[in-house]
Write a protein of this length. Structure first.
Length: 81
């Protein structure tokens, strides 16, 4: 029984390692595109809705909501300058 659990754990570890590498690469590309498109990163303005969905996985957000929030925050940043 313990042997089966360790085998299952070994398989899951491999999956988790692969997942972590993929998510890191996708996150890096995602962050670079955000900065390229909007001129800033959402973490610069502490946008909870985006952070909760993209970084934490606690919520989901549609692209339309994401885009709207990013544009609103960009306008706020530009107004401060």
């Amino acid at each position: 029984m313990a042997k089966n659990k360790k085998l299952k754990l070994k398989k899951l570890l491999t999956k988790m390692n692969n997942w972590a590498c993929n998510i890191s690469a996708n996150k890096r590309d995602f962050d670079n595109l955000i900065i390229d498109i909007y001129g800033y990163h959402y973490s610069d303005v502490d946008e909870d809705m985006i952070i909760d969905s993209v970084d934490m996985g606690l919520k989901t957000i549609s692209f339309e909501e994401f885009d709207k929030l990013m544009i609103e925050r960009r306008n706020e940043l530009e107004a401060k300058d």
